[in-house]
Write a new protein. Structure first.
Length: 367
């Protein structure tokens, strides 16, 4: 973990990158859970852009998230960033206490992995505080290692049975802001090359043990390939191939140099992450957030000969900051010991009384 600022100030032409050389290492980055020993299907709930802050009604928001989790009944939870915004220590501590309470709520151990977005280190605390607190919680899967790997929330969880990894959950830090030349303005950052190299090494090591291992990938800022997939879904000419799709793109369009007008608030340049994932063949879906009003998901590939990967926005989890009415909740991945995967959207509305499931509905991502 290279503890850089959450944005890079580049004032000299010679300083073209905030990243350096990285030699991948697996030690300390991973967790192992033998959850498939007791069940052939595991439910992984994605929560994103919760945005708890010093103005949040934590009792109301906590009741909402508890209802969503109770109704979705996950075995694991992965967040994809912006868990907090302009928050206090109490705000973040209360959020993790809530996550810890989900085990009692569901009467089973519910482990959770946090991924950082572009707002998680913005608050009334030292930037190291969220990581330190996440590392201290008994059900938290969060890991950090003191080395030269760019970013912080880079880690993996191996889900095993009989000593063999069947699925991996892999988190990547998509970082925060990048200061761009020659425009001299801040743009959203990317998953850096050494992080992609690290991801590849994580997958390859698991494939040495089990060539048929599968994985899901979690990060905050969407890839350019999301824009390509959406363009293809509308019948427009673009890069790659899109299969089944669902959901909406309702964010106000923006302009990204090299990408053009888009509903996708992606990083400042295209990365090789999707190409590497497609070539390795392990990752079956990528989940992200960032764009609160987008819920689009598509099966996408760069090559018609490759198996598609699902590119999926998570439903925004709650009312924190901007949201789209009727499109809040979470995404659910049902992963199976035999390698099967089913994806769902879990819609949860706010209610005065959560004693019934009237405000909850679950729909398949691809009909």
């Amino acid at each position: 973990m290279k503890r850089e600022p959450r944005f890079c100030l580049l004032f000299l032409p010679l300083l073209l990158s905030c990243s350096g050389q990285f030699s991948p290492a697996m030690e300390g980055y991973g967790s192992e859970l033998d959850l498939f020993s007791s069940s052939s299907t595991l439910r992984v709930l994605q929560l994103t852009d919760i945005h708890w802050n010093f103005t949040s009604d934590m009792e109301k928001e906590g009741a909402y998230l508890s209802a969503l989790v109770k109704n979705a009944n996950p075995d694991l939870i992965m967040t994809t960033g912006d868990n907090i915004l302009s928050a206090s220590k109490e705000n973040f501590s209360s959020l993790l206490d809530l996550f810890e309470s989900f085990s009692e709520l569901l009467n089973k151990d519910v482990y959770y992995g946090l991924t950082w977005g572009n707002h998680d280190k913005q608050g009334m605390f030292d930037p190291s505080y969220p990581s330190e607190l996440a590392l201290s919680k008994p059900h938290s899967l969060y890991k950090e290692v003191e080395d030269d790997l760019y970013g912080e929330s880079n880690y993996f969880v191996n889900l095993r049975k009989d000593g063999k990894t069947l699925w991996q959950l892999i988190a990547l830090d998509s970082n925060s802001l990048h200061y761009s030349f020659p425009s001299f303005q801040y743009e959203y950052d990317i998953i850096h090359p050494e992080q992609i190299q690290w991801y590849g090494e994580v997958v390859k090591k698991a494939q040495q043990e089990n060539p048929s291992v599968k994985s899901l990938l979690y990060f905050h800022i969407p890839l350019w390939e999301t824009h390509y997939a959406y363009s293809l879904s509308k019948g427009e000419e673009s890069i790659g191939y899109a299969g089944a799709f669902s959901g909406a793109m309702e964010e106000t369009p923006t302009q990204i140099p090299g990408l053009g007008k888009t509903h996708v608030y992606a990083g400042y340049q295209r990365t090789t992450l999707f190409q590497v994932a497609e070539d390795l063949g392990s990752t079956k879906a990528m989940f992200y957030g960032h764009d609160h009003k987008n819920s689009f998901c598509a099966e996408y590939s760069l090559s018609p000969e490759k198996e598609p990967i699902a590119l999926c926005y998570g439903l925004k989890s709650g009312h924190g900051l901007a949201y789209q009415q009727g499109r809040i909740g979470g995404n659910l991945a049902e992963i199976k010991a035999d390698g099967g995967l089913e994806l769902f959207r879990c819609y949860q509305e706010y209610e005065e009384d959560y004693s019934s499931q009237n405000g909850y509905r679950q729909e398949r991502m691809f009909q």
